[in-house]
Design a protein around this ligand. Structure first.
Ligand code: PLP
Length: 279
């Protein structure tokens, strides 16, 4: 159990996946070939969640939770649903991509009993969205499972605006909302796949305003040393003080907008941006 954020917890329920990604953020733990062994004590984990009433959101991950049998997963979700303060459950999985035949009507009917249950899938390239994957995602969406996608920015794979645009447009057609775009973690053996942070910012800049807002993921860096996900965005604001904000739009046109005093505070603290005006 990783409880890093105030109101939500990451519950690692297995160390197995349908296939393994060499840039995986949990390479050390998964597949049984890593340095660490994942041993989940389910009774202890459930007791922890029951005791911590501030947790309202539990994210099942691993490994891949959909490698559990329907019955095993049903029993776990039922136990979680018995905890009254858990409002929201999610499953992080790459099974709809790597093993789409696992997404069966029986599995979907079981998941449907545990709503609100959301799912985060993981695709990096439009070619991963095959006909079989499209059908699996449609079955999940038809059973009311809201779908999000997480991508990892990979050099030579998806580090360009055209590839990313094609991926996110295909995802929307599959009723999947692009959620996060991750800077590739500092995983041993993955340096050839790593891009610059600048590249990620450039890609987001090439999407925002140029295509459907729903299609645009949030670019994040998972801060090393347990810092959590930090959003990294293109700079649109050139200047901001108590009187005005100066910003640009996606075409580079510059605008000035009046700042006001917030009634509740009676004053605003000036936020000064050092960035120079670039015409
Ligand atoms: C990513 C993550 C979450 C979920 O974060 P959201 O921004 O709410 O999707 C929760 N716990 C840990 C440890 C995580 O890494």
């Amino acid at each position: 159990m990783v409880h890093r954020y105030p109101d939500r917890a990451l519950f690692l329920i297995t160390d197995r996946c349908a296939s393994y990604c060499r840039y995986c953020t949990r390479s050390r733990v998964v597949s049984g070939a890593g340095e660490q062994e994942l041993q989940t004590d389910f009774d202890e984990a459930i007791a922890y969640l029951r005791d911590h009433t501030e947790i309202r959101d539990v994210l099942l991950s691993g490994g891949d939770p959909l490698l559990f049998s329907d019955d095993k997963l049903d029993a776990l979700l039922t136990k979680l649903r018995e905890i009254p303060h858990l409002e929201f459950l999610r499953i992080g999985t790459r099974v709809p991509i790597f093993l789409p035949q696992r997404i069966t009507p029986k599995l979907c009917r079981m998941l449907q009993k545990h709503h609100p249950l959301w799912m985060s899938i993981h695709t990096n390239h439009p070619r991963e969205l095959t006909i079989e994957v499209r059908d699996a995602l449609a079955m999940l969406a038809n059973h009311g499972v809201p779908l999000g996608n997480q991508s990892v920015l990979l050099a030579g794979v998806n580090d360009s605006v055209p590839v990313m645009k094609s991926l996110i447009h295909k995802l929307l057609r599959c009723r999947v909302r692009p959620y996060y775009l991750y800077q590739c973690d500092l995983i041993q053996g993955s340096s050839h796949l790593r891009t610059s942070v600048r590249k990620g910012i450039e890609i987001i800049e090439g999407l925002r305003g140029h295509t459907t807002g729903y299609a645009i993921p949030q670019f994040v860096i998972d801060a090393p040393g347990g810092g959590g996900k930090v959003p990294v965005n293109p700079g649109y604001v050139f200047f901001h003080d108590s009187e005005k904000v100066v910003f640009r739009n996606f075409e580079g046109r510059v605008f000035e907008y009046p700042e006001v005093l917030d009634r509740d505070l009676g004053m605003t603290l000036p936020i000064l941006h050092e960035e120079a005006f670039t015409s």
